[in-house]
Design a protein around this ligand. Structure first.
Ligand code: MRU
Length: 344
């Protein structure tokens, strides 16, 4: 059963609600909140109070368990689950987790949600273990958005890999993109890196290419929200530009994500739905106005990095290399992953 523990555990089950850290309040405060209805669950996901692909999967799973308890009929339950499933479109982990709970025996929904979160913790550890050899023994690495415990409910994906490599003795310095417009890098990744004791420096997104050159960045590693069968990867807006800049500087660009982030049904990234958010998020810097009111703004939350720019995709099943049209479908057929040698 998934345990509630004090610090950066982003979601948990309460007797009659789903508990979560309201990530919008970080880093100023760790505010713990309760989603007591399906409306609350959907609102928490849509507002990014709960965010990060695996984390919204686990939270959505608990939301379905809550819906089962509160729904007066099977029809009401099905419609509640459909609303949770559609709360955000890009991260496939949400629909994957909702479908998994829906497939559970009646009365077993909560146990299935616990299993999803428990498994994520093991999956994250396995991803980190496989990723450690990809890092230099000494040097700078760059990351984007937030992929640590707050984003997964476990150890983290890309950020978990960085922390595991540091704990394994690699002397890494992490450059953290602030990640406009909602600053998941500045607000969240910094908190996680400070808690892990890994040396890091925050940069604005526009400084990434210059930082690659002047600080001799040796690897870029990011998470993912949906990976197509050819390796095309949707991740937080700005990731594509990072991959292009990394290619220009001959820096390996890595993606770390669980198998549940791979959408084996999609041949390529063209089929990935990209969430567009309120243009006011661009027109303002947090709540402070940054552009003339009503000025036209475009706010895609994600972009798609073509697989050919990605040196490796690390899942709990190991390191997949190009050609991804061969290595990714192979992951679908693997038996249970092995968990080995992860430093505590
Ligand atoms: O909009 P968000 O904050 O949910 O976007 C999250 C990201 O893009 C993460 O980098 C990605 O989900 C990987 S989470 C381990």
């Amino acid at each position: 059963m998934a345990a509630k523990s004090p610090e950066l555990v982003p979601v948990w089950w309460e007797v009659d609600a789903v508990g979560y850290i309201d990530q919008r309040r970080l880093p100023a405060s760790i505010l713990r909140a309760r989603a007591e209805s399906v409306d609350d669950v959907v609102a928490a996901i849509a507002s990014l109070a709960v965010r990060g692909a695996p984390c919204i999967g686990a939270f959505g799973a608990y939301g379905v368990a809550l819906a089962r308890r509160q729904s007066p009929s099977d029809e009401a339950f099905a419609s509640a689950a459909a609303r949770i499933r559609a709360a955000r479109p890009t991260a496939v982990n949400l629909s994957w987790a909702v479908d998994r709970v829906l497939a559970a025996e009646r009365g077993e929904e909560l146990a299935e949600a616990h299993a999803i979160l428990d498994e994520q913790r093991m999956v994250d550890r396995a991803i980190a273990d496989h990723a450690i050899p990809l890092f230099p023994n000494t040097g700078a690495v760059l990351t984007h958005c937030n992929t640590g415990p707050l984003a997964t409910g476990g150890f983290g994906t890309a950020l978990g890999a960085i922390v595991a490599a540091a704990r394994a003795g690699k002397r890494l310095h992490v450059y953290v993109d602030e990640t406009r417009p909602l600053l998941q890098g500045a607000r969240l990744t910094t908190v996680e890196l400070a808690a892990a004791g890994v040396p890091a420096t925050l940069i604005v997104d526009g400084a990434a290419a210059a930082t690659m050159r002047t600080k001799r960045v040796m690897a870029v590693i990011v998470g993912a929200d949906r990976i197509a069968a050819n390796g095309d990867t949707a991740n937080k807006i700005g990731t594509y530009g990072l991959a292009v800049a990394a290619a220009h500087h001959a820096i390996p660009f890595y993606v770390a994500a669980p198998r549940s982030t791979i959408d084996f049904s999609l041949a390529d990234g063209d089929g990935i739905a990209i969430e567009e958010r309120d243009p006011d998020e661009v027109r303002a810097f947090r709540s402070a106005q940054a552009a003339p009111e009503g000025f036209d703004a475009y706010n895609p939350a994600f972009d798609v990095t073509p697989g050919h720019l990605i040196a490796a995709i690390v899942t709990e099943y190991g390191v997949a290399r190009p050609p991804y049209v061969e290595s990714i479908p192979d992951i679908a057929t693997r038996p249970r992953f092995a968990l080995v040698n992860v430093p505590a």
